[in-house]
Design a protein around this ligand. Structure first.
Ligand SMILES: *[C@@H]1O[C@H](CO)[C@@H](O)[C@H](O)[C@H]1NC(C)=O
Ligand SMILES: *[C@@H]1O[C@H](CO)[C@@H](O)[C@H](O)[C@H]1NC(C)=O
Ligand SMILES: *[C@@H]1O[C@H](CO)[C@@H](O)[C@H](O)[C@H]1NC(C)=O
Ligand SMILES: *[C@@H]1O[C@H](CO)[C@@H](O)[C@H](O)[C@H]1NC(C)=O
Length: 327
């Protein structure tokens, strides 16, 4: 019978039938955003990004990850703390959150160090917090070789860095100063990580499964992402080396870059990146400018490609549109 109807009538009919349903029961997955060093969850710049995510994919519930309700405390926690404990805290916060605990899965966006910490959340907490798509901008997935991480005018940051430079591998520094936990020392004549790094690194050596004993759960969780999107800033001079954002190794002596696919971590698939790549879920992207020079165009493109309803949806929680609104 339908076949006799003109096409336009049919289109009209299906639209009428579908719209009430899609209106009430389908929203894009909540978006987790983890900010970078020195920043805080309440910062205007960060919320501009979240607002753009909502504008691109209406109905998205955006959660700004924080380690302290006080924005100053949250900012302090980007320098001070044990990353293992911080990731566990974030995992528990999401699990016990009024709204987030009801979501079947999430998308995630990490800026700078927030990117490798979200990856840590996926690998360690993947049973409790399911992430579908993780996008990182200017992150330090293969660590940093130099502490050149502070903004020029950030004297607090510079003071901490002075302290940690002096004693990177001490247990106190590894347990308390955040950037030290993703500092990586490599012997550039062999390309191998140093013994000091392997023995003492509190976060990176573990999360990258660089030690003899590999945690297979890490690889299972990371490979179960739909997409891992790694953005690198073309002219990044803050992250040394910037190719860390692509899990590449850069020879500190001659600047030669060994891409991820030629490295052991990939070839032996220590953390699931090869498996993810083979199913088409690993993406290497570049964007213009220096560290964190984000453009609205790039962000909008990322949001519509990876964080729309097509990437997963849920019913949402009635009456809740934005972070901070009461149930
Ligand atoms: C591997 O990681 C998972 C997730 O963090 C953890 O539960 C487990 O204890 C770890 N296994 C080993 C052998 O460390
Ligand atoms: C960091 O915290 C974890 C969990 O509490 C602990 O096992 C580990 O020893 C701490 N790391 C350092 C270097 O203190
Ligand atoms: C780097 O490795 C080479 C070759 O094994 C070794 O001779 C050299 O002492 C190492 N350098 C450092 C700083 O450990
Ligand atoms: C790093 O560069 C130096 C200088 O070109 C070279 O001698 C060394 O073999 C390189 N290291 C690796 C791991 O390729």
């Amino acid at each position: 019978m339908f076949r006799l109807l003109p096409l336009s009538t049919f289109v009209l009919l299906t639209q009428t039938l579908a719209s009430p349903l899609s209106h009430t029961s389908s929203k894009p997955l909540p978006l987790l955003i983890w900010h970078g060093l020195g920043d805080n969850y309440a910062a205007d710049g960060l919320h501009t990004v979240g607002d753009l995510a909502i504008k691109t994919n209406p109905g998205t519930y955006v959660h700004y990850i924080s380690l302290d309700d006080d924005p100053n405390g949250d900012s302090r926690a980007t320098f001070l703390g044990n990353v293992t404990e911080q990731i566990e805290q974030v995992c528990q916060t999401i699990n016990t959150h009024d709204i987030l605990s009801k979501a079947p899965a999430f998308n995630a966006l990490g800026f700078s160090q927030g990117g490798q910490f979200l990856r840590g959340l996926v690998q360690r907490c993947g049973d409790r917090v399911k992430v579908r798509n993780l996008v990182t901008f200017g992150s330090q997935h293969n660590g940093i070789a130099k502490y050149q991480i502070c903004k020029d005018d950030d004297w607090v940051c510079k003071a901490y860095v002075g302290l940690l430079k002096a004693n990177t591998w001490s247990a106190w520094v590894q347990g308390h100063l955040v950037p030290a936990q993703y500092f990586k020392a490599t012997n550039d004549s062999t390309g191998a990580p140093t013994d000091e790094y392997l023995e003492n690194s509190n976060f990176l050596a573990d999360i990258n499964n660089e030690r003899m004993l590999k945690n297979v759960t890490y690889a299972k969780h990371l490979a179960s992402l739909d997409n891992l999107v790694l953005y690198l800033f073309e002219d990044d001079t803050t992250v040394i080396p910037k190719e860390s954002g692509w899990f590449a190794y850069t020879n500190g002596t001659d600047g030669e870059v060994t891409p991820l696919r030629e490295r052991e971590i990939y070839k032996e698939d220590w953390i699931g990146l090869k498996k993810l790549d083979e199913k088409g879920g690993l993406h290497f992207e570049t964007t213009e400018g220096g560290h964190m020079a984000l453009s609205d165009e790039v962000l909008t493109d990322v949001f519509s490609k990876y964080f729309s309803e097509k990437s997963g949806s849920w019913g949402g929680v009635d009456g809740i549109e934005e972070e901070g609104m009461e149930l």
